[in-house]
Design a protein around this ligand. Structure first.
Ligand SMILES: [Zn+2]
Length: 170
């Protein structure tokens, strides 16, 4: 194709996004080209902002703009109820439902011996430290219901029970 270089470049870049094939990439590129400057510039700025401004919450390891995220800092959240999830996307899913009012701990994956991911590779040490330091009444393990998720949940339950035999774990 003899497209202007800048167009070819953005099409190629959009194609690397998940779920975007060549046709969608081309459509998006032309949409952005024809859109008002403000629409395209705002999108460019948002891309820059998420890369520059978003870090990891020092307490729960969810994404955050500050050292400690909004959920961890909220007085409306039950700070004694802890939900353990695999990924920040799981937090989004539970927040969309809007029923859970406790706080989270993001593991950043699950244990997967076949892929060389042991307890050291995900944030289990940080989790156990938190459970020792904070006053949780209930811990909900919400890893995915597959083999790796289930075995990680079992491992976590055992580890937590070693130091907190009376903890309510669901
Ligand atoms: Zn947090």
């Amino acid at each position: 194709m003899l497209l202007p270089k800048a167009l070819e470049k953005i099409i190629a870049e959009l194609e690397t996004l998940p779920g975007i094939g060549p046709r969608s990439a081309t459509r998006l590129a032309y949409f952005l080209l024809r859109a008002p400057d403000q629409v395209a510039f705002s999108l460019a700025q948002s891309l820059k902002d998420i890369k520059q401004q978003i870090k990891t919450c020092k307490r729960c390891y969810n994404y955050s703009e500050d050292e400690i995220c909004l959920i961890c800092r909220s007085s409306e959240r039950d700070q004694t109820q802890l939900m353990i999830v695999e990924d920040p996307l799981d937090v989004v899913a539970f927040e969309r439902i809007g029923k859970y009012k406790g706080v989270y701990h993001v593991l950043g994956g699950v244990m997967s011996p076949l892929n060389g991911i042991g307890p050291e590779e995900i944030r289990i040490k940080e989790l156990l430290t938190r459970i020792n330091q904070e006053k949780f009444n209930e811990i909900i393990i919400a890893t995915n219901p597959n083999l790796e998720g289930e075995s990680t949940a079992l491992y976590l339950k055992k580890e937590i029970e070693k130091s907190h035999p009376d903890m309510k774990i669901t």
